[in-house]
Design a protein around this ligand. Structure first.
Ligand SMILES: Nc1ncnc2c1ncn2[C@@H]1O[C@H](COP(=O)(O)OP(=O)(O)OP(=O)(O)O)[C@@H](O)[C@H]1O
Ligand SMILES: [Mg+2]
Length: 253
């Protein structure tokens, strides 16, 4: 079943056509890879889908509903969550509180009740804290809940970001280079986590430079170059595609 559909999406910055008529579908329960050389337009696609940028043209549909004109918090509420290419944790908050920030995005009323000291708020707060703890266990950080964000390793911080994104219970998770700067053991842990998230019914749109990871975890892959789709298919199909090989070799072929 198609969850997310991009239809001739376009975005230019000045004279640069960062995203130039991109169409592809992401299906529920699948990991969909989005790869391509530096500057291909991958992050711009993520920014368009998450509402950080408005497209110049084209449509973005989630379960058939057009979302390209919605504000980012509305898109979150529709069931899309993301992580960022550069880590955006609060260094002075604990891992658990960093996850709670993601949950509170959807829970303004309970946050307000808590600030006002309403009796129902304490129970809700406990429930939220338990949910955050459970999310941290899911990403393999059950023992690090109280640690300050700034004290976590790079790989741990990226996993807290994934937990925070999952806190809004998204249908679609957008991951922008989740393994950048990780060692091979951390990469394998994230690969396992991505597989698990998809098997639980979430769709994942995975932007990655780590081709081995993409080949290992993705059901389908779309390849961008200069803002356009140059190939799409299974990992085996994409890996054997001459245009993909040429793009990665800098058009040497
Ligand atoms: N806010 C912006 N203002 C101006 N140009 C931008 C902006 N964001 C992206 N670009 C340009 O758009 C193009 C696509 O950039 P984008 O960040 O989407 O690429 P990418 O595929 O994510 O690259 P990388 O693999 O290096 O992260 C590049 O030429 C980039 O310089
Ligand atoms: Mg990018």
């Amino acid at each position: 079943m198609t969850l997310l559909a991009l239809d001739t999406l376009a975005k230019a910055f000045g004279g640069v056509r960062a995203v130039d008529g991109v169409s592809f579908d992401v299906k529920a329960g699948e990991v969909h890879g989005l790869i391509g050389p530096n500057g291909a337009g991958k992050t711009t696609v993520i920014n368009l889908v998450s509402g950080l940028l408005r497209p110049d043209g084209g449509k973005i549909r989630l379960e058939g509903l057009e979302i390209q004109a919605l504000a980012p918090h509305r898109i979150t509420a529709c069931g899309i969550a993301r992580t960022f290419q550069s880590i955006r944790l609060f260094p002075d908050l604990s891992a658990r509180d960093n996850v709670l920030v993601g949950r509170h995005l959807l829970r303004h009323p309970s946050l307000l009740a808590r600030l006002l000291g309403l009796p129902s708020a304490a129970a809700e707060q406990r429930e939220a804290e338990e949910a955050a703890a459970e999310l941290l266990r899911r990403v393999g950080l059950g023992g690090r809940q109280g640690e300050r964000g700034g004290n976590l390793s790079y790989g741990e911080q990226r996993r807290v970001e994934i937990a925070r994104a999952l806190a809004s219970a998204p249908k679609l998770l957008l991951l922008d280079e989740p393994t950048a700067g990780m060692n091979p053991v951390e990469v394998e842990a994230v690969a396992e986590l991505i597989r698990k998230v998809a098997s639980e019914g979430h769709a994942v749109l995975l932007v990655e430079h780590n081709v081995r990871l993409v080949m290992n975890v993705c059901h389908r892959i779309t390849v961008l170059n200069f803002g356009r789709v140059i190939a799409e298919g299974s990992p085996a199909e994409v890996g054997a595609h001459p245009d993909v090989v040429a793009a990665y070799l800098g058009h040497a072929a």
